[in-house]
Design a protein. Structure first.
Ligand code: HEM
Ligand SMILES: Nc1ncnc2c1ncn2[C@@H]1O[C@H](COP(=O)(O)OP(=O)(O)OP(=O)(O)O)[C@@H](O)[C@H]1O
Ligand SMILES: Nc1ncnc2c1ncn2[C@@H]1O[C@H](COP(=O)(O)OP(=O)(O)OP(=O)(O)O)[C@@H](O)[C@H]1O
Ligand SMILES: [Mg+2]
Ligand SMILES: [Mg+2]
Lengths: 228, 205, 248, 205, 228
């Protein structure tokens, strides 16, 4: 009956967000669907020669992951803003940046994690060598987490705007690019047989930095958006 | 419980002034809310009631002059009901984002029953009628332990009986040493004393 | 120190001091710009490989250099606004963004125009060019976010958060893009290092760079004054200024 | 105008029955609305007032039994105000999606003035207060030429004075031979005769 | 003061939708922005070699156009549904399928048309030969109009769903694919110098068919969504 501790509250928010995602199973299937879509579109649009596809597989997979993240980031706080829940969250006695972290974690679990787990299937469809699958999964796991955190910043800054819309993609796309570059580089390295460790290490470093700083930026952004 | 108005105020606003869209909504407004008081903010549509409430609870932090001191964490219910359409009323209360408390199933059932949602505990909230939707939010009042309540038009879409019951709850909260600051376009019919703050005339009475 | 800080936070003082600086900076900028143009465009000899088209360097390089510096001005102002809650830093940031965006755009445009005769194509995905494009996005993001907010105080805070996040990212972006390019293909066209430029071309270039810095400062101060007037439009000091201008 | 209740009804519902979420909301409900009548549908939250209104105006076409006959195009104002946040009140009325009429600027200004939005004609509607936002929608009543009005809780968020003025308008519409079917949780205080339809007791009086 | 004629009403709706788009200038810049974004992603993900880019330019441009259409289609009726305007539109005495056509036209004007007009810039950045620009523009003009009409059907069917979300992409993606195939084929033909006329003719035929049938489907979809 007493106010929950910070840890309890974050766990509660995480469960709530996951439950909400489960209530929209189609939304949950989103990354999978989007992956399928783009993987179908690419051979259709680019021509299906298998050798060409293999060259581009890392790039295509990573671009898809990035787009799918970009497109779902906008919704992280949107519905909570629209129905007034975000006001209540901002007023909660628990520290806002930790609550925000719970939201981002839920978003990552329902997009990035799922995406990384299903990526091997699509990688094989694009003729990516089996030896590179491990690196692909790890790079996606690390990279999409960074993307979710960065996307959260954009979402927090734009959620209150009546005339924002796709502003978020303009805000966060430049921030996404380094992740894309190191992510594809890691997979390319694995394909060509050179060590991909350094790239994964850089992604890991980016993730640590993002975990440390992004929640603060998100919390600040949410407070500003609620106010405006 | 100290229901004496002499102690430290739960909420104190000092010379608040606000201009919005080129109109001065209020100017040099000061008010102290003590335990045991029920304040009604009056004013016609667009007078600035909601703006004032958001300043009092701390959601608005820029664009006004003056200072607000809060000695307790208030419970704020705004125009938006903060009820998630995809969750059932029970889930809405159990996992509420306000971080207020962890309630047992019985407590939640009791609260839902008291707002007349018995039998609707586990349907998705978007199948509720407009008034039932808002009642889910009102159920938080039956659970809350906060001493200070800030309620912005809590009676919207609620039927006559619901309004009467909510008013009785407000009175008992105030009698128990709590404080309520609220807005409503309907005249209050409560057993306790009502302090009014009229935004048009800037009168505190 | 504190009194200086305090003064910086006072709009009328800032407005007055910016006016005072502008009074002598504007003529200097104009002289330097015109001087640099005349020197660079008329008094130097054509390049033996590129002929006359290289002369666009006198716009391209200064614009690129100052555009980069401009981002740091904006981001530092954002940091000050968030950390010390100084409203006037918001004003600096708001004023810097469009100027920086314009300079970046000029650098891109002149680069593209220059690329056609020298490289035979308007655009290549070179590391430097790509990172310049990203810089343009970062600037445009700040401008667009500011415009999207109705409440300008909130807009300032939001842009401060964004430009700070951008500042953390800028080194990462530059590192990654630089590194990305070198991995995929060797440079087919090398930029000439500054040291290899003939002094007769270098000195007018340096003058133009200095002139562009001055130009940036002028635009920044003018934007700031306009923004100050708009924000403080209902205060006494602005009404007094408006009254004076009106009587004139 | 034929304000006699003897002519053909503007709206006739014949033995309507509706079950929602396993609850029977109404059963074999028949009602005839003639020009010159004001009908109030009564019932507590969740009684089925909104469901009935949507059936009457033709938005709900499946899932109920019975028949509705409409001899005129009604004007329906629902729970949602249909006011676009990005457009100003003037633009909202000028370019309304209901396809009702093309109004001149003067007509619109007059209507907005009558709902107390004088001075707010050209600000974006999302900067209006909750009540002002809904008043934009009410302004349609001052413009409309429809004979039959279906109003679902038109007084939500409206202040006392606004409610009085709207009630006067309803009475004059009815006196002019029009008909109104409405729901409200507040007791009506109008000069004309009020027919009530109580959903809980299924009584038509 | 009397009820406007059908034609008047459609013109009014069109102006209203365009005005709403102009109130969100950033949203209007959406296709441009999205184009830029994806065009930047591709060289970064796939590698910047100019000759490789040229091969893929038609596919990349068309996939971008398709994605940008897919992503904005969802919003055509969304805000009108949320604030109750759609109810009023359905109740309007004018025929609903013509009103729906006005909505779709406004959507096309603010996405497809804009996209076709700016595409040459991006085509040049991807090293598409100048000779293919004309075909690119015409194919985009015709194709995006078909996409907007098809997207409208999906939007109308899903707008009322509390848990719809990306369901729309699942519904309409299969319908999009023929447009993608003929669109890229037209541009590819222009690049290689073979006649692109037949492909454009097919796109034109698709457009005629879509204009005739889609509005009816959209109107039916809207009535169903409002009812649920
Ligand atoms: C759109 C295309 C282009 C962009 C975005 C661009 C961008 C830049 C940038 C960011 C700099 C760095 C300034 C600094 O040192 O901080 C620069 C310098 C320079 N650019 Fe460009 N550039 C473009 C095209 C070209 C072309 C086509 C040429 C000539 C062949 C060229 C020649 C130079 C030279 C000579 C410098 C001098 C400074 C140095 O060598 O470091 N640029 N450009
Ligand atoms: N989409 C739906 N699916 C299932 N049941 C629904 C749905 N919408 C409403 N109901 C149920 O129908 C009943 C009547 O709802 P309705 O909105 O008609 O009530 P109301 O009389 O208008 O109430 P209020 O005064 O709160 O507006 C409620 O019990 C509600 O739970
Ligand atoms: N975001 C905004 N930007 C500019 N002005 C605003 C904004 N929000 C509200 N206002 C203005 O502030 C005034 C007060 O609004 P507020 O919402 O506080 O009124 P209120 O007293 O709560 O009215 P109601 O009874 O209708 O809820 C209104 O005139 C409104 O136009
Ligand atoms: Mg209010
Ligand atoms: Mg109702």
């Amino acid at each position: 009956m007493s106010a929950p501790h910070t840890g309890q509250f974050c766990a509660l928010l995480l469960r709530r967000q996951l439950l909400l995602a489960m209530r929209r199973p189609i939304e949950m299937g989103n990354p999978l669907l989007f992956f399928t879509m783009v993987i179908v579109l690419f051979p259709l649009g680019l021509g299906p020669a298998p050798d060409k596809l293999a060259i581009f597989a890392p790039g295509v997979l990573w671009i898809t992951a990035l787009l799918s993240n970009l497109l779902t980031s906008d919704a992280v706080f949107r519905s909570d803003f629209d129905d007034g829940s975000l006001e209540q969250l901002v007023l909660a006695p628990q520290p806002l940046f930790l609550s925000a972290l719970a939201y981002i974690l839920a978003h990552w679990l329902t997009t990035g994690l799922l995406l990384a787990l299903v990526s091997p299937i699509f990688a094989l469809m694009l003729n990516l060598p089996v030896s590179a699958l491990g690196t692909l999964i790890v790079s996606l796991l690390l990279g999409t987490a960074v993307l979710s955190l960065l996307g959260g910043i954009g979402a927090a800054l734009t959620v209150g705007l009546k005339r924002g819309g796709v502003l978020i993609s303009l805000l966060i796309l430049p921030l996404y690019l380094p992740v894309l570059i190191f992510g594809t580089a890691a997979v390319q390295a694995a394909v060509t047989g050179t060590p991909s460790g350094p790239y994964l290490a850089i992604l890991g470093a980016m993730l640590s930095l993002a975990i440390a700083l992004a929640p603060l930026a998100i919390a600040a952004g949410l407070r500003i958006s609620i106010d405006a | 419980m100290s229901s004496s108005a002499a102690g430290a105020p739960l909420l104190a606003a000092q010379s608040l002034s606000l201009v919005r869209g080129g109109r001065e909504l209020f100017c040099e407004l000061s008010v102290e809310v003590h335990g045991g008081q029920l304040w009604q903010i009056e004013g016609s549509n667009g007078a600035g009631k909601t703006s004032l409430m958001r300043i009092l609870c701390g959601l608005s932090r820029y664009g006004f002059e003056g200072e607000v001191l809060r000695s307790v964490t208030p419970l704020y219910l705004g125009h938006q009901p903060a009820v998630k359409a995809l969750l059932s009323p029970r889930e809405n209360l159990q996992w509420h984002v306000s971080g207020e408390g962890l309630y047992s199933n019985e407590q939640i059932d009791t609260a839902l029953a008291r707002v007349g949602l018995c039998g609707y505990e586990d349907v998705p909230s978007h199948t509720l009628s407009a008034g039932q939707h808002r009642r889910v939010n009102l159920a938080r009042l039956f659970l809350s332990e906060a001493r200070l309540w800030l309620l912005d038009e809590p009676f919207t879409a609620i039927d006559k009986q619901g309004v009467d019951e909510t008013q009785a709850l407000l009175a008992s909260h105030v009698d128990g040493g709590g404080a309520v600051v609220m807005t409503s376009h309907q005249p209050l019919q409560v057993t306790c004393n009502v302090h009014t703050l009229n935004l048009v005339h800037g009168v505190v009475s | 120190m504190w009194t200086f800080f305090h003064k910086l936070g006072s709009p009328p003082w800032l407005y007055a001091i910016a006016g005072a600086i502008l009074r002598w900076l504007v003529p200097i900028t104009l002289v330097a710009l015109v001087g640099g143009m005349v020197w660079g465009l008329l008094l130097t000899s054509p390049d033996f490989r590129q002929g006359n088209s290289y002369r666009i360097i006198y716009i391209h390089v200064p614009a690129a250099v100052v555009a980069l510096a401009g981002y740091y001005v904006m981001a530092i102002a954002g940091a000050i606004s968030l950390i010390w809650r100084m409203k006037m830093a918001d004003v600096v940031m708001k004023a810097a963004a469009p100027v920086g965006a314009a300079l970046t755009f000029i650098a891109l445009l002149t680069g593209a125009i220059w690329g056609k005769p020298t490289w035979g194509t308007w655009w290549v995905w070179d590391a430097r060019i790509t990172s310049m494009l990203i810089l343009l996005f970062l600037y445009l993001g700040v401008v667009a976010l500011y415009e999207a907010f109705d409440n300008k105080e909130a807009a300032g805070k939001a842009c401060a958060v964004l430009s700070l996040v951008g500042m953390v990212n800028i080194p990462i972006i530059y590192k990654s893009v630089d590194w990305w390019y070198s991995l995929h293909q060797p440079a087919s066209i090398k930029f000439s290092g500054e040291s290899t430029i003939d002094p007769s071309m270098l000195y007018p270039l340096l003058l133009m760079i200095a002139a562009f810095y001055a130009l940036f400062t002028c635009c920044l101060l003018m934007n700031m004054r306009a923004e100050l007037l708009q924000r403080e439009s209902r205060t006494q000091w602005v009404k007094k200024i408006a009254g004076k201008e009106g009587r004139r």
